[in-house]
Design a protein around this ligand. Structure first.
Ligand SMILES: Nc1ncnc2c1ncn2[C@@H]1O[C@H](COP(=O)(O)OP(=O)(O)O)[C@@H](O)[C@H]1O
Ligand SMILES: [Mg+2]
Length: 223
């Protein structure tokens, strides 16, 4: 799929987090035909990128050919966070016609990455263009799972545009962090755009809340 390989410095997960991600993976595996999954949230800092990465890694661990696409073309931190130091072309270069080879094999078996590329101030025109659509269509034929990390939905519609290329969207909600009305608004926006909400990941639930949330949600919590 790609000629280049990048080396990701991924943290080892705590046992509880690992189990929660596996439970999320199992839910998605057995929820029917879900192969292209967007991850979004209301605001920044809720854990979208973390969960998108861990979910992608978790599918890859099962031997599923998985691509993580960093669709945060405004303020991506994925390359930086996972120690990708080379300045590699990514989605923004592909969508603006400046690069074609943007899928990189990683040091994690079965996990491929598409980095965001150079940040752009208004990515919506790029994301609505035909290039994105055909890129994702081709990936759907060659991969088992595609995970799309997106910017937050409160304030910009990028995640709705990305969501259209997917089988559904996961909403990450950081515990005790955002107002319910804002989350409801995000839910409404996704539904009105014709998108499917796959579920909610309640992130950063404290340990003493764990048992409750673990049963009721795809919990992903602090130690
Ligand atoms: N469950 C968690 N426990 C502890 N830290 C977390 C957890 N989820 C995310 N973080 C941290 O919170 C910060 C924001 O997470 P990130 O995934 O970048 O959010 P987003 O993509 O929604 O902006 C990062 O420093 C990340 O490492
Ligand atoms: Mg992010």
């Amino acid at each position: 799929m790609s000629e280049n390989k990048i080396s990701l410095k991924a943290k080892k997960l705590e046992f509880g987090v690992d189990e929660a991600i596996k439970s999320l993976r199992t839910n998605l595996l057995y929820s029917g035909n879900l192969h292209a999954i967007a991850v979004t949230s209301t605001t920044a800092g809720e854990g979208k990128s973390t969960i998108a990465f861990e979910l992608a890694r978790s599918f890859a661990d099962l031997g599923k050919r998985t691509v993580l696409i960093d669709c945060d073309l405004r303020k991506s931190m994925i390359a930086n966070r996972y120690g990708v130091s080379e300045r590699l072309p990514g989605l923004s270069e592909l969508l603006s016609g400046q690069a074609q080879k943007i899928i990189f094999e990683t040091n994690i078996d079965n996990l491929y990455m598409v980095l965001s590329g150079k940040n752009v101030p208004n990515p919506q025109a790029l994301l609505t263009g035909e290039r994105f659509n055909s890129f994702v269509d081709a990936l759907k034929k060659s991969c088992d799972y595609i995970i799309f990390d997106t910017p937050p939905l409160g304030g910009m519609a990028d995640a709705l545009i990305v969501g259209k290329q997917t089988d559904g969207t996961l909403i990450v909600i950081r515990n005790d962090y955002v107002k319910k009305a804002m989350v409801r608004n995000v839910k409404r926006q996704i539904q009105q755009s014709g998108g499917k909400i796959l579920g909610v990941v309640l992130n950063r639930v404290k340990k003493n809340q764990k048992d409750y949330y673990y049963k009721k949600n795809y919990g992903y919590y602090d130690k």
